[in-house]
Design a protein around this ligand. Sequence first.
Ligand code: ZN
Length: 242
Amino acid sequence: MDKIKQLQEILQNSKSIVFFGGAGVSTESGIPDFRSKDGLYNQKSDVPPEVILSHDYFINHPDKFYQYYFAKMIDLSIKPNAAHYQLAKWEKLGKVKAIVTQNIDGLHQLAGSKTVYELHGSVHRNHCMKCNKFYTSADIIKFKNKGVPRCSCGGLIKPDVVVDNVEDADCIFSDAVSAIANCDTLIVAGTSLTVYPASGLIDYFRGKNLILINRDKTERSVNTTLTINEPVGKTLAQIELK
Ligand code: ZN
């Protein structure tokens, strides 16, 4: 059977779908895929991204952190693509119960999705480290080429993508685990499944249909109900659920 038809049938018959998305979901919106051939991890940099995003690095080198952040991580010109809009629509229908994402761009919420677990934080949440005042991504982008973003109180403004609040991260992770453990269909999309801890999340799935949608063939062998090696947005755009 045609793979799109098969996907249509599986999703139409599913009662609770969880979507687990990697960088490939955002590439169709123009965001570079961290792990792809031309992605960030392959660009020449003295410090690996996972180090730059650590709390210690941020505190000790806020200037270098923000240099990287403005150059590679925050882009407010990008818009949701068909994948984001379809998922938001299917959440309203009651079919999609949760979205778990490795992306920090907030595009799912921009498309209208409500239950979104962001494993790596969001560029849209920023707080002053001194007085805890909240800043939007639009506030932060104003500092581009003007040095380190500082609060009106003088404190350093820290984006939510900096990994330091272990308790918060644990909480989001267990929400994601519980959503995945309780759905009947899990769509894994736009990821090569190699990024820890997200890679381990699919092991919690006990439902019926595991669907993989990824432009590139993944290196990890997974027993899927259906595998589609096509872009995510292009694939989901062809599905119509009622
Ligand atoms: Zn402040």
